[in-house]
Design a protein around this ligand. Structure first.
Ligand SMILES: [Zn+2]
Length: 210
C-alpha cells in the first residue's frame, strides 16, 4: 500500500500536505451539478486531488479527510436542511479501511453546521464502479441502497467523497425521495469525469474496493 511519509504534493516536507502546498491547493469551493442536483465540491480530481483522496481513504491519513471536509464546511454556504445523508461504502471496503469515507466527511460537516447525520448502507453487493460506463454505474447501483432512519417530511443534503458521473448521488437521492424526503443538494470533496476516471489501483470512487 502507498503510504506517503512526506507531503503528497511536493514530497519534501514531513507532513501529508505541507503548509505551503495546502495554501497553493486549488481548493476554492465551486458549485457543480450531478444527477439533476446542485452541489459543491472542494477540489478537482487531478494529480494532487487523487493523491490526497488516496492518502485519506487508503493511506491511513484519516485526519486529512477531516481537515479537507472542515475547509469545505467553511467555504461552502451552509445548506438549509434538516439533516445530512452520507453515501455508503461496500462492506468489503469498510472492512479494509475501518471507516466510511463519506461518513467521516458528513460527520465533520454536521459538526461544523450543527446538523445531524444519517448514514446510508448497501443492501446488496455491487460491482466496483471503476471501469464502468455511466449507464452501467446506474444499473449497478439501482435498488442497492437504504437509509435506516425515518426521512418522511425531512429536507436532506447528500454527502460523498468523490463524484464521477453522479450515479451514487442519483441512487441515494432516489432512496431518500422514496422515503418521503426532499433532496436539496450535495457536497463532495472532489469531482472528476469518466475521462479522468481514477485508475483501479487508486480506488478513490466512493464505492470502489480499496
Ligand atoms: Zn508540500
Amino acid at each position: 500500500m502507498f503510504l506517503p511519509s512526506n507531503c503528497v504534493s511536493c514530497g519534501r516536507e514531513p507532513s501529508v500536505l505541507c503548509e505551503s502546498c495546502r495554501l497553493g491547493l486549488n481548493e476554492s469551493v465551486r458549485p457543480i451539478s450531478r444527477a439533476g442536483l446542485d452541489g459543491f465540491c472542494l477540489i478537482e480530481y487531478g494529480d494532487l486531488g487523487s493523491a490526497l483522496l488516496h492518502a485519506f481513504k487508503s493511506g491511513g491519513f484519516f485526519a486529512l479527510g477531516q481537515s479537507l471536509a472542515a475547509r469545505l464546511a467553511v467555504l461552502q454556504p451552509k445548506p438549509t436542511v434538516d439533516l445530512l445523508v452520507a453515501a455508503p461504502s461496500s462492506a468489503e471496503a469498510t472492512r479494509a479501511r475501518g471507516f466510511v469515507p463519506a461518513g467521516v466527511i458528513a460527520a465533520t460537516l454536521g459538526r461544523a453546521w450543527g446538523l445531524p447525520v444519517f448514514e446510508s448502507c448497501l443492501v446488496r453487493e455491487v460491482a466496483d464502479q471503476a471501469g464502468l460506463s455511466a449507464d452501467q454505474r446506474r444499473r449497478n447501483l439501482a435498488g442497492a441502497m437504504a437509509v435506516g432512519q425515518p426521512l418522511s417530511g425531512k429536507t436532506v443534503w447528500l454527502v460523498d467523497d468523490i463524484t464521477t458521473t453522479g450515479s451514487t448521488l442519483a441512487e441515494l437521492a432516489a432512496v431518500c425521495r422514496a422515503a418521503g424526503a426532499s433532496v436539496a443538494g450535495f457536497s463532495t470533496l472532489a469531482q472528476t469525469s469518466l475521462r479522468h476516471n481514477p485508475s483501479p489501483h487508486l480506488a478513490v470512487e466512493g464505492l470502489n474496493s480499496p
